[in-house]
Design a protein around this ligand. Structure first.
Ligand SMILES: Cc1cc2nc3c(=O)[nH]c(=O)nc-3n(C[C@H](O)[C@H](O)[C@H](O)COP(=O)(O)O)c2cc1C
Length: 331
């Protein structure tokens, strides 16, 4: 067994994949084609159920199963209004792994999913990790603020130091800001059992993301992937990392104008907050599917700077594995 295989053995055992490299669920991007391609290449693809209704998720799972015999997971957002039905869809279609995202998963959800699948949850802090272990999860993901999409406040390197030495009960996967295999090797040596990458897979040949979305990814540097700005403490904005574009500027203008309308008595506080929240509705789809990368949301992690060409999932994964092995040979 190679050093790499030893280091991520708990991860590969939990996932049932050749490599403990998860392709993080990305709304609109992580559908049947990308998910099956990642799993077929030896990684572990994850469908982003996002806001899908149950019948759409069922269709996506069936289509993915038709494209791969390898294991893959389904990422469910805990605040989805039909979360219970989505869990049932996963059960009925023999999904082997459920990943709960978007807030602490209730015991009820974990218990329901555990009757038929392995359950993996995000832990944004050590206390949450311990709570989730008590609730019976089979694995954890720690995702730092370098990641694309919705993010927490702490960097991957700090989370890894705070959590990895203190969690031995279940395998932990590190996510956020990983673009090369050397970084994978380093996190494994710190105690991780695997990793999760999102941005690195957006420009895969098998990804259905619009050509404009992929081109912008390839052109962008780490510093272009900024975090949404909140202008007023009374009007919270969920932090999202995306490539700065016209929509970013318009969002800041929207916040300024809406807050001014509130102060002028033209809008209630609730209506103002709703208007700000509504700004991004449908924006990711607009960028990923329609290719409007100026008016849409181009969610991307800082690792976008290390996405320099369109490649197949197999090429991406083989390169990461070779880099990780190269790094481990030096120690
Ligand atoms: C375009 C995009 C959409 C995403 N959508 C989701 C999502 O629906 N659910 C989720 O749990 N994470 C989502 N993420 C986070 C990824 O699953 C992954 O954890 C993250 O991209 C890892 O950081 P990296 O991009 O630096 O590799 C998204 C990320 C991106 C770039």
């Amino acid at each position: 067994m190679s050093k790499l295989e030893q280091l991520w053995r708990r991860g590969t055992e939990l996932l049932g994949s050749k490599y403990a490299i998860m392709g993080g669920a990305m709304s609109w991007v992580s559908e049947r084609n990308l998910v099956s391609a990642i799993s077929n290449a030896g990684g572990f693809g994850v469908i982003a159920a996002s806001s899908m209704p149950p019948e759409r998720l069922l269709e996506e799972i069936k289509a993915t199963q038709a494209l791969t015999t390898k294991p893959f997971g389904v990422n469910l957002i805990t605040m989805h209004p039909q979360i219970r039905e989505l869990i049932e869809v996963c059960r009925a279609s023999n999904v082997s792994h459920v990943v709960f995202a978007g807030g602490l998963a209730k015991i009820e959800f974990i218990d329901a999913a555990k009757t038929f699948a392995k359950v993996i949850c995000f832990a944004p802090a050590l206390v949450v990790a311990k709570k989730l272990i008590k609730r019976g999860v089979d694995g954890l993901i720690i995702e730092g603020m370098e990641a694309g999409g919705h993010i927490g406040p702490v960097s991957t390197s700090v989370l890894a130091q705070e959590i990895l030495p203190h969690v031995t009960e279940v395998p932990v996967f590190v996510a956020g800001g990983i673009g090369r295999g050397e970084a994978i090797a380093n996190y494994l040596q710190m105690g991780a059992s695997g990793v999760q990458l999102g941005s690195k897979f957006v420009c895969a040949h098998e990804s259905v993301a619009h050509e404009n979305f992929k081109k912008l990814f390839i052109r962008s540097a780490a510093r272009d992937a900024g975090v949404s700005v909140q202008l007023d403490a009374d009007f919270p904005v969920i932090p999202v990392r995306a490539i700065n574009n016209k929509a970013t500027e318009e969002f800041n203008r929207c916040q300024r104008d809406t807050i001014a309308e509130f102060h002028a008595g033209k809008l209630s506080k609730e209506a103002a907050q709703l208007k700000i929240e509504h700004f991004w509705a449908g924006a990711l789809r607009r960028a990923v599917i329609d290719g409007d990368v100026e008016r849409g949301s181009v969610m991307a992690g800082q690792s976008v700077g290390m996405v320099t060409a369109e490649q197949s999932c197999a090429e991406i994964i083989n390169e990461l594995v070779a880099q990780a092995e190269g790094q481990l040979k030096n120690f």
